[in-house]
Design a protein around this ligand. Sequence first.
Ligand code: SAH
Ligand code: SF4
Ligand code: F3S
Length: 474
Amino acid sequence: MSSQKHVEMTAEELHCQYEYMAKVKEILQHRYVHPPLAHVHSFGCQANVSDGERIKGMLAEMGYGFTDSTDSADFILYNTCAIRKGAEDRVFGNVGELQHNKRSRKDMIIGLCGCMMQQEQVAAKIKKSYPHVDIVFGTHAMHKFPQILFQALTQKQRVFQIDDSENVIAEGLPIRRDGSYKAWIQIMYGCDNFCTYCIVPYVRGREHSRRPEKIVAEARELVAQGYKEITLLGQNVNSYGKGLDGDVSFSKLLRMINEIEGDFRVRFMTSHPKDCTHELLDTISQCDKVCRHIHLPVQSGSDRILKLMNRHYTRDQYLDLVRYARAKMPDVTFTSDIIVGFPSETHDDLLQTIKLIKEVEYDALFTFIYSKREGTKAAGMDDPVPEKEKSLWFRELQAAQTEVGSRHNAALVGKTLRVLADGHAKSGEGYLTGRTDSNAVVDFKADDGHIGKFVKVHITKALSWAVLGEIVDE
Ligand code: SAH
Ligand code: SF4
Ligand code: F3S
């Protein structure tokens, strides 16, 4: 028996949660004249946003409507992120403000869930210092949300469900997607990599992959519904399939999804360089629906720091991957995450990262100043560089990327590219914005009827953060 069978939610458990949904629905029908409104906000990464969509699916099943405003909500849920201190502070600030909502509407329910809540010390702090919060549950209890809400509605006490058992894969729960033409599919949960700075393995549990047939069925349904872009999500999609029976890998999954008929494109994130193989790059080059954009976080360009981070690759190995991918796909683009100011990092280490940025020529970078996370290995490492100095390094790195990014955008001028129109642009009245297959941001003049559709855009001008263009060939 594979380890997978242990982690899937059982049919009985699923049935039980659907029963709770029905019970909550009945309670709400008695309690409210109009359908009550829920406000759900997800902080953090796409995994959290996707979880938020499942929570909204369950809420819709229970009879809730939705509102963007916390003032008109009968139920407020914040789905939290613990990746950096800043992310946690933001949540605490937002939760503090909800005191006013509770004061004016005593019968409303306030809930917190997600990565921060999986940490015992955070749950304890909420219990003690934030008495207006009624419900707290961690990532491992998400599939029990209907039961938790039922308890909150029927008992006159707060519900804290910080389950430290393993996370489970929940198939068959409802989902209410935020978008009508772009969708996320989580292909795996958790993370086994234990990069020394990172809290994710502690708050999301061990890595588990969903079965390929479930993922392909979900993708097929999305395409049938008219979705134009599917992004496959996992903390390390390149190790997809570990623990599953049969001959399963991320390359094979990509090929299966690529075979689905229809006019759509496929993205994926995040790729860990240590598991990014030539076979995977070959696959991307051979699958016409898979975008030639790879988010391949390098974190640092210094081998000494990479080792301390427990990343399991060197800068040379990383650069070899980039070279191989470019040889196979001259139009492939790369984006990356970088941490500045990891414990013991020196300015020389930073210069190596800057050199790497110039060698790779990233399209875009997500740069973060190192944030100490209690419980991680790096939290015990000496960290002598003052924050002020780290901020200067951060700006130095960003300046290097701005130069690289502008060059990249300038190179797009004169090309005609496929763009999925996304919404209104900041460029001005009458402009829409969208992304090319290689993930560049393009603004162009067009009416709203194009939103959610693929259009061909001729690129006419480069800005530092985007390019401008004109629709052709309508
Ligand atoms: N699983 C993905 C990313 C997860 S978190 C991966 O392996 O790339 C997203 C990014 O947050 C990371 O890539 C890293 O750059 C950053 N990050 C994670 N922990 C951090 C910390 N303690 N301080 C600063 N940045 C951090
Ligand atoms: Fe964190 Fe590393 Fe896992 Fe990414 S791969 S989630 S950075 S531990
Ligand atoms: Fe944050 Fe959790 Fe994602 S910590 S970055 S929401 S996995």
